[in-house]
Ligand binder design. Structure first.
Ligand code: PLP
Length: 454
């Protein structure tokens, strides 16, 4: 299988090349040349374990990785999850299920993709003998999940920039208490925007980036999207057969990466009735799915901070399919977005997609209601998904984070702060972070001194 860019100006590449590159050289995102039809295989996949299913699914795409290697990388990726089912599907009532995606090392769904990506990077270093230095900026979850994906891997180092004092104490501990020598938590003296500016400047220094074999942590890597398809498939196979064709996945959404994976699986022949895009008060995607107009606004902080996003970077992949796989049209729309800050799409699939938006007050209310009705505790991101479930459908709500990550919101909503043993263990470990100026030269000097040899 080969991969092409949504902007159509990059030669097609192999799976491993697409993973190593991240962003396509023409500025677009990688997608499979053709989406395969997996429907003939569904019966055979029915009773596989999570890791087995993941291997079988990825085999279709990662055709340049030997099957035994792929199986090993997948098993290793999900061995760090604490639930035997990896992604357990929990039934709350006749029509409502929750897919728990928070049993990985950092207790958020990003572990599904970033554990796998870390192992793919590790294998690449092993195979080529070349080291890799990974660099990212985070306001929370992604940095922690990326760190745990690369923790202790030979020939790799990871540097995560974050605004000092402006990520939650638990999130900081997930990044700065690993004890691993190849992990560098860089606490920037400045805001998240400063961290992002420095990140951009370091990557913009082409000579430096090439010399240190720098790779970016971001939400657009092809491997992330494909890894995320698997839990939709796993959940769909766990449903009673009579409910499958009427199922709607309800997805707390920021960058559109998570919901995109489910929708692509639907295009591969898995009968899914619909998707609900659930946003917090940053409702650009809710507005898009109700009006057809995509218009970037300001980002407002919310109780579900990992969804505080205005530019949904994975949306370009969706757009590519919506405009009939016409890369020239994608280029035109992306150019227009840059100039006008928005665009309008005519032929939107309103039958497949619905959407909702939850304010902070809604989030608190929904956490309380779900707790009262089902004696089940959800985190603020998952709460957004419980906003107006469709009573006509079987709903599978994707639970993207463990509630123990947000003790303060939970305490104000239901009067108790859930705990998790892995977070408790972090509290007794020393924080090892490097305070650093929001300055490109300072960050480059740090990487030069602490990077892995390439
Ligand atoms: C990243 C994140 C989201 C949003 O996922 P996207 O793929 O960006 O739409 C939702 N919930 C949690 C807990 C997250 O960490």
């Amino acid at each position: 299988m080969k991969y092409l860019s949504t902007r159509g100006q990059t030669d097609s590449v192999s799976f491993s090349e697409a993973v190593a590159l991240g962003l396509a050289p023409d500025g677009g995102l990688f997608l499979p040349e053709h989406l395969p039809d997996v429907s003939p295989r569904l019966r055979a996949w029915q009773n596989l374990s999570y890791a087995e299913l993941c291997t079988e699914f990825l085999k279709v795409f990662a055709t340049d990785i030997p099957e035994d290697v792929l199986g090993r990388l997948v098993r290793r990726s999900y061995a760090a999850f604490t639930h035997p089912e990896i992604a357990p599907l929990r039934q709350l009532d006749e029509r409502t299920y929750v897919l728990e995606l928070f049993h990985g090392p950092t207790l958020a769904f990003k572990d599904f993709a970033l554990q796998l990506l870390g192992n793919l990077y590790g294998w690449q270093c092993e195979r080529t003998g070349q080291g890799i230095n990974v660099l990212g900026a985070t306001s929370g979850d992604t940095g922690a999940a990326a760190i745990h994906g690369l923790l202790g891997k030979p020939r790799t180092a990871i540097f995560i920039l974050y605004p000092d004092g402006r990520v939650s104490p638990l999130q900081e501990r997930q990044m700065a208490c690993t004890g691993a020598a190849n992990v560098h938590a860089l606490a920037i003296d400045g805001s998240f925007d400063d961290a992002q500016r420095v990140l951009k400047e370091v990557f913009g220094d082409r000579a430096f980036a090439a010399q240190h074999h720098l790779s970016a942590v971001n939400s657009i890597n092809l491997a992330r999207v494909l890894a995320q398809c698997v839990y939709y498939l796993y959940a769909w196979l766990r449903l009673p057969e009579a409910q499958r064709a009427n199922v709607e996945f309800v997805v707390p959404t920021g960058n559109f990466g998570n919901v995109l994976a489910g929708w692509m699986l639907g295009r591969m022949g898995v009968a899914i009735r619909g998707f609900k895009v659930a946003t917090n008060r940053n409702d650009i995607l809710h507005r898009f799915f109700t009006t057809g107009e995509y218009r970037v606004g300001d980002v407002h902080p919310s109780l579900a901070p990992s969804m505080d996003i205005q530019v949904a970077s994975n949306f370009e992949r969706f757009l590519y399919y919506v405009v009939g796989e016409d890369a020239a049209r994608v280029r035109q729309i992306m150019a227009q977005l840059k100039v006008d800050g928005g665009y309008r799409l005519a032929n939107l699939d309103r039958d497949t997609f619905s959407s909702s938006c939850a304010t902070d007050a809604d989030i608190v209310r929904l956490i309380r209601e779900v707790h009262q009705r089902y004696d089940y505790v959800i985190d603020p991101h998952t709460a957004c998904a419980f906003q107006s479930l469709n009573p006509e459908r079987t709903s599978i709500v994707l639970s993207t984070a463990h509630p123990a990550k947000f003790p303060d919101v939970l305490r104000s909503a239901i009067g108790l702060g859930p705990v998790h043993p892995s977070l408790e263990a972090l509290k007794s470990r020393p924080v090892v972070k490097q305070r650093i100026a929001a300055d490109t030269a300072a960050v480059e000097a740090y990487i030069t001194q602490h990077g892995t040899p390439v």
